[in-house]
Design a protein around this ligand. Structure first.
Ligand code: G3H
Ligand code: 13P
Ligand code: ZN
Length: 332
C-alpha cells in the first residue's frame, strides 16, 4: 500500500470546500504523456493554481497505470523545482468503472477516485458508490460519483443519449453513498462534437455553429437541494475554433466540431461547480501545433521539434483556462 500522502499529493476535500466558497473551479486536466503533464504542471506552478491530474481508461491502456502514477509523483517534484513550494496536486481516477479498479488506484497512490455508475440503475449506482466510498475513506481518499448520463462520442466513454440529472434524486444519493462530490448532467458531453448541427443555430457571419445553453435551471435546483456540496462538470471542453481552423487548414478534418462556450463555464465556475473536466481542448491544441509544424517544415523528423511546440501550445491553453475561465489562479 502506497499512501498518496507520502507522494506529496492531496485529496480534493479542502480544495473543493475552498473553491465552492470562493466561487471558482479547480481544473481537472487529463494526461496521457509527458508533454501534457509538463504543460499542466508548468501552467499550474506559474499561475499558482490547484490542479487535478486525471487518469482515464484510455490513458491507462495507452501509457500504463503504474507509469502514470509515477509520473504524477514526479510532477510534484517538478512543481517544487519550478518554485511552487507546496504544490496542490490531486491524482484522480477518471471514470472508474469497478470497485476493484478504484481499490487498485487507492492502493498505489491515487488521492481521489471517480466511480462512474451513471449507466447503472439507480439502486445499483448507489450500492457500488457506497462500497467504493467505504473503502476509499479508510485511506482519506475522496470519491466522485455521477448521477445522470452525458451524451458523447469519446473513445471509451460513449452514450447515445443524455439524461439530465434528476434534482429530486440528489439528496438521497449523496446521503446514502457518502460521496464527496457529484458529477451531474446538464447538457455537456465528451469529445469535440458536443452537439449535433440540428441542435445548434449558425452564426451568419462565420458559418460556425452556436450551441444551445446548458441547463442552468437544473444546476440551480441541484444547488438548492445540496447547498455548498461540490458539483462536477464533465465534458467541459470549449473546442476553440482557432484550433479547429488550424487543424482543418493543415490537412485535418473536423467539420462542425463544437464545444461549451467559455462564458457558460465561467458562469458555472461561480456556482457550486468546483471541478471542471477538460481533455479534448488539450488534444486539439496539440494536434493543431503538430499539424502546423508538419506543414511548415516537411523535413522535420525530431519528435522534440513538433512535440515541443505542442507542449507550449497546451501550456498556453491551460493557463488561459485557469485565469480566464475557471478563476483558480492564485488559489494554491
Ligand atoms: O472522459 C473522457 C476523457 O476525455 C478520457 O477519454 O478514455 O479516451 O482517454 P479517454
Ligand atoms: P472533454 O471531452 O469535454 O474534454 O471532457 C473531458 C472529461 O470529461 C474527462 O472526464
Ligand atoms: Zn468525463
Amino acid at each position: 500500500m502506497v499512501s498518496y500522502k507520502e507522494l506529496g499529493l492531496v485529496n480534493t476535500r479542502a480544495m473543493f470546500a475552498k473553491a465552492v466558497k470562493g466561487g471558482y473551479a479547480i481544473p481537472a486536466f487529463n494526461f496521457n504523456n509527458m508533454e501534457q503533464l509538463q504543460a499542466i504542471v508548468k501552467a499550474c506552478a506559474e499561475t499558482k493554481s490547484p490542479v487535478i491530474l486525471q487518469v482515464s481508461k484510455g490513458a491507462r491502456n495507452y501509457a500504463n497505470q503504474t507509469l502514470l502514477r509515477y509520473m504524477a509523483e514526479g510532477a510534484v517534484q517538478y512543481a517544487k523545482e519550478l518554485g511552487w513550494k507546496r504544490p496542490q496536486i490531486v491524482l484522480h481516477l477518471d471514470h472508474g468503472d469497478s470497485y476493484e479498479l478504484c481499490k487498485s488506484c487507492i492502493q498505489t497512490g491515487f488521492s481521489s477516485v471517480m466511480i462512474d455508475g451513471s449507466a447503472l440503475p439507480y439502486e445499483e449506482n448507489v450500492a457500488l458508490t457506497k462500497k467504493v466510498v467505504r473503502y476509499a475513506h479508510r485511506f482519506d481518499v475522496t470519491v466522485e460519483a455521477e448521477l445522470g448520463v452525458l451524451a458523447g462520442v469519446e473513445d471509451e466513454v460513449a452514450s447515445e443519449e443524455s439524461h439530465y440529472t434528476k434534482p429530486e434524486e440528489v439528496i438521497d444519493f449523496v446521503t446514502k453513498t457518502g460521496c464527496d462530490s457529484l458529477a451531474i448532467s446538464i447538457g455537456t458531453s465528451h469529445g469535440a462534437y458536443k452537439f449535433k448541427p440540428e441542435q445548434c443555430t449558425r452564426d451568419p457571419k462565420t458559418g460556425k455553429l452556436v450551441p444551445p445553453p446548458l441547463a442552468f435551471d437544473v444546476l440551480k435546483q441541484i444547488e438548492k437541494k445540496l447547498p455548498g456540496f461540490p458539483i462536477v462538470l464533465h465534458g467541459s471542453s470549449s473546442v476553440p475554433q482557432e484550433y479547429v481552423d488550424i487543424i482543418n487548414t493543415y490537412g485535418g478534418k473536423l467539420p462542425d466540431a463544437v464545444g461549451i462556450p467559455e462564458e457558460q463555464l465561467r458562469k458555472a465556475a461561480k456556482s457550486a461547480v468546483c471541478k471542471i473536466n477538460i481533455d479534448s481542448d488539450s488534444r486539439l491544441a496539440m494536434t493543431a501545433a503538430v499539424r502546423k509544424v508538419f506543414n511548415d517544415k516537411p523535413g522535420e523528423f525530431d519528435p522534440r521539434k513538433y512535440l515541443g511546440p505542442a507542449r507550449d501550445e497546451m501550456e498556453k491553453l491551460y493557463k488561459h483556462k485557469i485565469v480566464n475561465v475557471l478563476g483558480s489562479n492564485g488559489k494554491a
